[in-house]
Design a protein around this ligand. Structure first.
Ligand code: FPP
Length: 245
């Protein structure tokens, strides 16, 4: 990692939270005459490299979109690959990430009966094992959708109201935040979507209220920690206004 060039970065102003939509795996594989799943496998190497880069520059939160609630509509073969791959990845990377001080979190509907039980067990074990780590919070948005996250929060809050634990006037942004998948997750400062596509695709809807977006024209399997650093440098060059003039 000696070759990571951080000269364009202001290390005093690293964003707290970067979200990444890792797009372009299928196209990367297609360009090489490979199955789409080979693109996901190559994408995992990119993800690991970026996690190491995040640790190097002192990023606190990195959220990556690994499986969306809409991805169930892909072919059975691709869905099965991603399910097993998630489990396999935990087997290969969990202890290494734990030793590096990474807290792993899986945000999304983990109770979904379509997720294999063994995968659920591995995800819960990884969250438990790494729960006290704070060097980097690595959040896997897995079976995640921003709308379903908000619906779930609204349902829980409606339940509190129905039992008289709260009155409607007590519902505010802090209460919503407390019912999100990862309550201590700060707002996303920067969201990166690779492959040149410029959509939000139901990712971190609540947390991205004031996020800056960067859309590098790089297919995800080719993305490396240097690209992450370059995206953060681009973010640092912007003037954030939070609605002020
Ligand atoms: C989007 O590219 C990518 C995904 C749906 C999956 C991302 C997964 C990884 C990077 C690997 C790690 C995965 C797990 C489950 C831990 P796309 O397939 O939509 O690409 P395309 O737009 O070129 O077709």
């Amino acid at each position: 990692m000696d070759d990571l060039d951080t000269s364009r970065l202001d290390l005093e102003r690293i964003p707290h939270h970067v979200g990444v939509i890792m797009d372009g795996n299928g196209r990367w594989a297609g360009d090489r005459g490979l199955e789409r799943t080979a693109g996901h496998a190559a994408g995992e190497a990119a993800l690991y490299d970026c996690a190491l880069g995040a640790l190097e520059i002192g990023l606190e939160w990195l959220t990556v979109f690994t499986f969306s609630t809409e991805n169930w509509s892909r072919s059975a073969e691709e869905v099965q690959f991603l399910m097993l791959f998630n489990e396999d990845l935990l087997g290969r990377r969990r202890d290494d990430l734990h030793e590096r001080g990474v807290r792993m979190f899986f945000a999304g509907d983990l109770d979904d009966p379509r997720i294999p039980q063994s995968n659920k067990d591995r995800m819960r074990e990884a969250m438990e094992l790494t729960s006290a780590n704070r060097r980097l919070n690595l959040v896997f948005a897995f079976n995640y959708g921003g709308r379903s996250e908000l619906v779930r929060a609204a349902r829980e809050i409606a339940g509190l109201s129905a039992t008289g634990e709260i009155i409607p006037e007590e519902v505010d942004a802090d209460l919503m935040q407390a019912h999100l998948a990862v309550p201590d997750m700060p707002d996303a400062d920067l969201i990166i979507r690779t492959s040149g596509e410029q959509r939000i695709s139901n990712f971190l809807l609540w947390q991205s209220a004031y996020a800056e977006y960067v859309f590098p024209e790089i297919l995800w399997p080719d993305f490396r920690q240097q690209d992450l650093v370059d995206c953060i440098a681009e973010y640092q060059s912007r003037k954030r206004r939070f609605g002020r003039a």
